[in-house]
Structure formats: structure tokens, C-alpha cells
Design a protein around this ligand. Structure first.
Ligand code: FES
Ligand SMILES: [Fe+2]
Length: 425
């Protein structure tokens, strides 16, 4: 980004009206997309997958973020490591499939061979003076938080990942994600800017009108409402729901599962929120009958009615942890108007398909919901492209987390621009 572009982006940020959606330029300009890739996705902790992506030594998964390709590998000592997917000889991409199982990492071009720890082990015809020790794969920062894998492409990653790890681990640990297995994975390209995908996720204002499957297990009052517009009966129901939340939190926390809201979506560099909420009907899982989809419960859980733990991280993830399964989502920008939504469904690693769970039953709510959300993102992108679009107001009752997402995004963009301008001065 040139200095002039940086200045124009700073002006655009300064002109943003609080409590309103963003100016159209943020959703469509190529240079802002590039700034997003550099300043947001290049300098923050990005959620990329789960430990069960690489269950065994030699398992590799490749994650592409813009032009950067990263390979995540389990080594022989069961450590998970991340490296740039670039051969140190002449730069060939080492692993060109999304998943691989390898003994060593061998470049197909001239057979340079790297260990699972990234060390260069073999490079033929390079002469006696060639020093292999300084030609190992370039490492990428990686941090697992109770099985959720985050990478950071910056040389100096934000240190407050430790605070997020400390806060989230008590929520996640009971689900024992490292001992789950992935039973379904989808990559959906949404036809909209990545921020529209995120904003759509940060509210359930749209759920009643758009998600017939998801709203079966979800309570209507779980995601905010305008209290003054409720009639007598609705007010009673909302109060009953609040009492249920209080009771449930006390019960779950008593059983060792952190549950009450923890929220740092706008006041941290590595920003997050978590809360466990009761589910409707049978209260067990995000399924069409609201009962567990897998009979083999996760970790040490023995109560199927653990509600749904939702975890949100900035800039690019959300996750739903239930007693029997986990659904996890990562968002990777592809272009100003295209976004990859990667979804994974996990169950206990010993659960057997057809015996303990039925895959269709397990996945149908979120397969339907993801497509519905993708459609909403697409029509919003079409709308913000119009000259008639102007930023509209968020509901203070149901869209507070959308505002926090935008606050965080603009704050981090400003911080990145300020650093770059200071370095250029
Ligand atoms: S580019 Fe990889 S061995 Fe030559
Ligand atoms: Fe949705």
C-alpha cells in the first residue's frame, strides 16, 4: 500500500459513523482487500484448524492465506508445527494438495528433503561447502488452544494470545477436542467480502427469518431483543429464558465447565468471546430433534444437556461445542468479493458411524445454515456494490457484536497503518 493509499484509508476510517455498517469501499476495493490481508491477516492470530486435522505423525494439512501457503504437520514426537510451504532451494511449493501423509517432506523438483521438524536433511549435488543447517523450512508461529490451532504470519505475533488461551481453556477443555475426529469438512466459497461473512455471523437478528433448521434448537431470546416491543406473554418467556440461563450456568460451572460469558471482542488485539447457552426442546445439541447426534459424549462429559458453548475469535472464526460434537468454522478471504468458509464437524474419536452417529443427522443443521448464510452474504455484497448503498444503523439490541467486530477491525487497521507510516517517516 502506498503512502497516499494509506492516507486515503486513514481518512475513510476516520469518517466511519459509529453504530453503522461500513462504507462500501471496505467491501469492494482491491487496495483495502490487500490492506486487510497484510494488516489483519498478516499480523494477527488466525484460526486455521484443529489438532485432529493432523492426528498422526507425518500428517500434513495446507492452509493458504492470500499468497502465503502454510503447511501444518505433526512430527514424530507428536508436536504440531507450521512452516512456510516453500522449498528453500528454488521456491517450489512443497505440498500441493490440501492434505498429505509423509515420512519426510520431499520437494518434487530436485528432491531436497526436510524432516518433520523442518530441518533440511538431504540436498544432492550441492558440494561440500553447502551448509544445510541454514536452509531449513521457515517456521510459522503456531499455538494450539485446547485443540484449536491458530497461526500468525507476523515475525512478532501479538503476545496476548496467552491471555486468550488462559481464558478459553476452562471452557474448551471438557470437550477434549484433541481426542475428537473430523467426520465432515466442507469448503464453501461465499460471494461476498470476508467482513460481510463475519458480520453476518455476529448476529442472530436474521435467524428467525432465514434459518428454519438452526432455530429449532436455539431459543429465540438467546441473541438479544428490544424489550419494549415485547408483549406480556413474550416478556414472561424472555424472563423464563434468563432464569434458565442463570440456572444452567450455575449447574455447568458446578460440573467444571466454564460457561458464563467472557467477552473481549473489541478491547484486545487477540480478541474473543465465549458463552455456553441452553438449547431449546431437549436441550442437547444443534440437531433437528435437539438430541445428541452422537451417543459417545466428548471428553469426561456425562450430561448430554450441556447446551451449546459458542466461541468467537477476531478476525476469522466461530465454533460450537456441544456434549456430543463440535462444529468449527474458519473464514479466509479469497478476493474483495469472495470468501472461503471452512467448516469441520467432529465427534469423539472412538464414535462409530452408523452405530454411535448418523452423519446426515449430525451435519444437516449447519449444512443448511451455511448455505443460507452464504446466500445472505451474496445479496448483501450485491447491495453494497450499488451507488444507492449507504451505511445503515445496527440494532443496539441484536447487533452489538457486529459493532464490536467493526470496531476491532478498524482499530487494528488503524494501528497497522500507524506503524507503517511511522516506519516510513
Ligand atoms: S525447488 Fe525444491 S528441490 Fe529445487
Ligand atoms: Fe446465519
Amino acid at each position: 500500500m502506498t503512502l497516499a493509499d494509506s492516507q486515503s484509508l486513514k481518512d475513510l476510517i476516520a469518517r466511519r459513523r459509529a453504530g453503522h455498517s461500513l462504507a462500501a469501499d471496505f467491501y469492494r476495493r482491491q487496495d483495502i482487500f490487500e490492506a486487510d490481508m497484510e494488516l489483519i491477516f498478516g499480523r494477527h492470530w488466525i484460526y486455521v484448524g484443529v489438532e485432529p486435522d493432523v492426528p498422526e505423525p507425518g500428517d500434513v494439512v495446507v492452509v493458504d492465506i492470500g499468497k502465503t501457503s502454510v503447511l501444518i504437520v505433526r512430527d514424530d514426537d507428536m508436536n504440531i508445527r507450521a512452516f512456510h510451504n516453500v522449498c528453500r532451494h528454488r521456491g517450489a511449493r512443497l505440498v500441493s494438495t490440501p492434505n498429505a501423509v509423509v515420512g519426510n517432506l520431499v520437494c518434487r523438483y530436485h528432491s531436497w528433503t526436510y524432516g518433520l521438524d523442518g530441518k533440511l536433511l538431504f540436498a544432492d549435488h550441492m558440494g561440500e561447502d553447502f551448509d544445510k543447517s541454514c536452509r531449513g523450512l521457515k517456521p510459522v508461529h503456531l499455538r494450539s488452544i485446547a485443540g484449536l490451532l491458530f497461526i500468525c504470519l507476523a515475525e512478532e505475533p501479538p503476545k496476548d494470545i496467552e491471555a486468550m488461551a488462559e481464558a478459553l481453556t476452562p471452557y474448551l477443555a471438557v470437550h477434549d477436542l484433541p481426542n475428537c475426529k473430523i467426520v465432515k469438512s466442507t469448503d464453501l466459497i461465499e460471494h461476498g467480502n470476508w467482513k460481510l461473512t463475519m458480520e453476518n455471523n455476529r448476529e442472530c437478528y436474521h435467524c428467525g427469518a432465514n434459518h428454519p433448521e438452526l432455530t429449532v434448537p436455539l431459543f429465540a431470546y438467546g441473541f438479544g431483543f428490544s424489550p419494549k416491543t415485547l408483549d406480556e406473554g413474550e416478556r414472561e418467556q424472555a424472563a423464563r429464558y434468563q432464569a434458565l440461563v442463570c440456572d444452567s450456568h450455575a449447574r455447568w460451572e458446578g460440573a467444571g465447565a466454564a460457561s458464563r460469558e467472557v467477552e473481549h471482542l473489541a478491547d484486545r488485539v487477540t480478541a474473543f468471546r465465549a458463552e455456553r447457552l441452553p438449547l431449546d426442546q431437549h436441550g442437547e445439541s444443534q440437531t433437528l430433534d435437539s438430541k445428541v447426534a452422537s451417543r459417545k459424549l466428548l471428553g469426561q462429559i456425562n450430561d448430554p444437556a450441556m447446551g451449546g458453548l459458542s466461541v468467537w475469535t477476531q478476525p476469522n472464526s466461530w465454533h460450537h461445542f456441544m456434549s456430543d460434537h463440535v462444529v468449527t468454522f474458519s473464514v479466509i478471504p479469497v478476493s474483495p468479493t469472495e470468501t472461503l468458509l471452512r467448516t469441520r464437524w467432529l465427534v469423539h474419536k472412538d464414535a462409530v458411524e452408523g452405530v454411535d452417529y448418523d452423519l446426515e443427522n449430525l451435519t444437516q443443521v449447519w449444512l443448511a445454515t451455511n448455505q443460507q448464510d452464504a446466500d445472505l452474504v451474496e445479496i448483501t455484497q450485491a447491495g453494497v456494490e450499488s451507488p444507492a448503498y449507504e451505511p445503515g444503523p445496527y440494532s443496539v439490541f441484536t447487533e452489538g457484536l457486529v459493532e464490536k467486530f467493526c470496531d476491532w477491525y478498524l482499530g487494528r487497521l488503524s494501528a497497522g497503518l500507524a506503524t507503517d507510516l511511522a516506519e516510513a517517516a
